[in-house]
Design a protein around this ligand. Structure first.
Ligand SMILES: [Zn+2]
Length: 417
């Protein structure tokens, strides 16, 4: 058996091969086992290969020729379409459980709490329908210089990602159904996650203002989660009341080099539409920067440094029992949600080709996307725990590492084990 460092690690730490072998087969008389197809797609995704056609080429005479061998893109697509997504979802939850057991989910800033961020992202928008489950909308766009209205097809997924950890770790994702809103999709995903991982797995849920809705908050509390969401204009009464109660000078000021954060803390603010009270924290962040400006005087360019201050005001609503903890913790919690967008969604769309549909069938797209997320998570874990932590000097980036995975496979020889 040819062993590759990445796969050897996954087997040692997660028993990954056994977990994949245990996945049920959706086809009746498959020529190639689901394990083989799964491995091809998983390893291809870890190497950040965009399409099944390119994976086919890698299996034929590229990086995966020795490890997988000939496998057509049709076989991969057909095989993906025939599997049910639930066992793959359960597999990624099992990985999360093992990550927790191995202490990978610990963090030093979040007071021992596991913080998950929820957010949605659009993938694969096109004027050509890709599958039966495509969502659709009318858009105006220019065709040959003239504006016209067409139906655009697209998919949206909602993800829950751990953001309290050293590097963000996706817990699960769900495709939004046609006609289903992002928030209901997020709730269904959270219910699935709690169903798989249990109530005590996640402690705090953070998200943008879209999630601050009375019914959603109620359901999140029913799942036993603490929450902190941005408060904006979509809850006008609560926002007005919070603004009115924070006219006076701040409760405290936190300063660090180049920046200060002023904060206000309201333990009980009326939220009439939800028929309850919530805790609100307001922060004003003031950044002091020196910006280089270039001006022209008598045909000469003059460079000068000017002091600029940038101010941003935020309101956060939460049910978090602060006790003796500083209200700034709510600010810190809420700001951690940016990592789902700036780190996970950015990387997985630009480097891992998430927006490239690759398969134009309903279930296949769902299963492929789940495998892509899993490959992203596990290659990121390997990168942080094995590559970065063991690097003596300057370390390659995650993208460079993913590309170098391919060379490792090429270097494998059937004679070495
Ligand atoms: Zn589609």
């Amino acid at each position: 058996m040819i062993r590759h460092r990445f796969e050897a690690y996954l087997d040692k730490v997660f028993g990954f091969s056994d977990l994949v072998s245990a996945l049920p087969e959706g086809r009746q008389f498959p020529q190639h086992s689901w394990k083989k197809v799964f491995d091809a797609v998983f390893l291809g995704a870890a190497m950040q290969i965009p399409s099944l056609l390119q994976m086919e080429a890698e299996c034929r005479d590229g990086a995966l020729a020795k490890r997988i061998g000939p496998l057509s893109d049709d076989t991969m697509a057909y095989s993906l379409e025939r599997q049910s997504p639930e066992p793959v979802f359960a597999l990624s939850c099992e990985i999360a459980r093992r990550l927790k057991r191995n202490g990978v989910l610990r963090s030093d800033w979040s007071r021992g709490l596991l913080v998950g961020a929820v957010d949605g992202i659009e993938i694969c928008s096109s004027f050509v329908r890709c599958c039966d489950a495509c969502m659709e909308r009318e858009v105006q766009h220019k065709v040959n210089g003239e504006m016209q209205t067409d139906i655009q097809y697209y998919h949206r997924i909602v993800g829950v990602v751990l953001v309290s950890t050293d590097f963000p770790i996706p817990l699960g994702l769900r495709f939004q159904k046609n006609g289903e809103g992002e928030v209901s999709c997020a709730l269904a995903l959270l219910q699935d996650l709690v169903g798989q991982l249990g109530r005590r797995f996640l402690d705090v849920l953070v998200g943008d203002a879209l999630y601050l809705q009375a019914p959603f908050v109620k359901e999140v509390e029913r799942l036993g989660l603490v929450w902190a969401f941005t408060l904006k204009e979509n809850q006008p009464e609560l926002l007005r009341e919070a603004e009115r109660l924070t006219q006076q000078s701040p409760a405290g000021v936190h300063t660090e080099p180049g920046r200060e954060v002023r904060y206000w803390h309201l333990p009980e603010v009326d939220w009439p539409v939800a028929d309850r009270q919530v805790r609100v924290v307001k922060t004003v962040r003031i950044e002091h920067q020196h910006r280089l400006t270039v001006s022209e005087q008598d045909g000469h360019r003059i460079k000068s440094k000017a002091a600029v201050t940038q101010e941003s005001t935020n309101f956060y609503a939460t049910n978090f029992e602060l006790g003796s903890i500083s209200p700034l913790f709510i600010h810190q919690l809420s700001r951690s949600r940016w990592r789902i967008d700036t780190e996970v969604f950015q990387t997985i769309t630009t480097d891992c080709h998430l927006k490239h549909p690759a398969v134009h069938q309903t279930t296949a797209l769902v299963v492929l996307t789940m495998i892509r997320f899993l490959a992203y998570t596990l290659s990121l874990v390997f990168y942080h725990r094995q590559v970065r932590s063991h690097a003596r000097r300057k370390c390659e980036t995650f993208h460079e590492f993913a590309k170098s995975l391919a060379y490792w496979f090429v270097a494998l020889s059937p004679n070495t084990s």
